[in-house]
Design a protein around this ligand. Structure first.
Ligand SMILES: Cc1cc2nc3c(=O)[nH]c(=O)nc-3n(C[C@H](O)[C@H](O)[C@H](O)COP(=O)(O)OP(=O)(O)OC[C@H]3O[C@@H](n4cnc5c(N)ncnc54)[C@H](O)[C@@H]3O)c2cc1C
Length: 327
């Protein structure tokens, strides 16, 4: 048996998009090696039967539901370790994001299992799963094979496509977990919003990313006005240079030491396009850059480049979008 176990994050009755991608991927790959995809959910009364059963539509056959604090890594590690001990899944698959990294790493340490992070593709080979991960500034692909009973795969954010419509209702298995003493030391005080991070940049369809070219913290007002004009699922993101300078919150940082994003549209305002930034946004569907330096590296991987002063271009662009939308 080569089943795949995934973890599904949820908040206020909605299942996380990135986690649903992991369930779809887990189901597709498990089927190729003769197994099933199972999901773990942790939470309280909000985890209704109906919500859990929905995961069947994404390919999960079983949902292991545990009562516990949602949004913290260590309790989820306890639940996943117990489920694996009792049911013997061969792989644990995560959709990426900070929580996925923390849970995957914790589970790897607990189970002494191999772990691969920033995975962009999972393949079946000789009845086992292998994980592909871009390395050396994404110029090469490394392929990880797993030894032992468990392999842990942590995807790049949004690397796995959501495939709904599988038409099944997942079986719910309630799990009784004795949480480790250290897992109960941290409690969730509040899940709140931070300026610039109120829309999750990892889940946004349109990102207006600001860099040092915005000149100062107040320059982000231009980026925010543009994102607001786009409307819908838009958000503002930033480079490390500006979050280090305190112009914008760390939660909005894209890149090697920030978040990996893949929106439908990524618009760079005053960003040079350093490799450490590029690795976090290069899988965006459409890349547009505004930069006053025609030789800025960002133009090398942009679909559309606008050479000029963003202080003149962004207000005009914002006004044009508003006019087109009649707002
Ligand atoms: C270990 C390590 C990890 C790192 N991790 C990250 C990371 O996760 N994310 C990240 O982003 N960076 C990261 N960095 C930093 C990275 O190397 C760059 O320094 C950073 O991305 C540059 O940010 P920037 O593009 O905002 O600034 P700059 O490189 O200074 O670029 C500013 C750009 O704005 C343009 N500009 C200026 N004024 C205007 C104007 N009026 N109109 C239009 N354009 C204008 C300039 O021509 C320039 O191209 C990391 C670095 C290291 C060493």
């Amino acid at each position: 048996m080569a089943d795949v176990l995934t973890y599904v994050l949820h908040y206020e009755g909605a299942l996380n998009k990135n986690s649903l991608g992991a369930v779809s991927e887990g189901a597709a790959r498990a089927a190729e090696i003769g197994g099933e995809c199972h999901a773990v959910v942790v939470g309280g009364e909000d985890l209704t039967d109906a919500l859990c059963q929905t995961l069947g539509d994404y390919g999960a056959t079983k949902v292991f539901r545990a009562e516990g604090p949602e949004g913290l890594a260590q309790p989820v590690v306890d639940v996943m370790a117990k489920v694996i001990d009792d049911h013997g899944q061969s792989y644990a698959l995560f959709g990426g994001g900070l929580l996925g990294f923390e849970i995957g790493a914790g589970l790897a340490a607990r189970k002494q299992a191999g772990v691969t992070m920033e995975v962009t593709a999972v393949k079946a080979q000789d009845g086992k799963l292998v994980a592909e991960r871009p390395i050396l500034g994404d110029s090469r692909i490394s392929v990880s094979h797993y030894r032992g009973d468990l392999g842990i795969i942590i995807g790049r954010i949004n690397a796995f496509e959501i495939k709904a419509g599988q038409g099944r209702s997942a079986e719910i298995v309630d799990v009784d977990v004795q949480y480790s003493p250290w897992s109960t030391q941290a409690t969730m005080v509040k899940r709140g919003e931070q300026r610039g991070a109120d829309v999750d940049i990892e889940g946004a369809d349109i990102l207006v990313a600001g860099g040092r070219g915005l000149g100062k913290a107040e320059g982000f007002e231009l980026a925010e006005a543009l994102a607001k004009a786009f409307g819908g699922n838009s958000a503002v993101a930033a480079t490390r240079a500006v979050v280090d300078a305190g112009w914008y919150p760390y939660a909005a940082q894209i890149g090697q030491t920030g978040k990996t994003v893949s929106p439908k549209l990524y618009l760079a305002a005053g960003i040079s396009g350093a490799i450490q930034h590029k690795v976090g946004m290069q899988s965006s569907e459409h890349i547009v850059a505004i930069n006053k330096d025609a030789n800025a590296p960002i133009f090398e991987f942009s679909d559309l480049g606008i050479v000029g002063d963003l202080n003149k271009i962004i207000p005009k662009l914002t006004a044009a979008i508003k006019a087109k939308k009649g707002s």
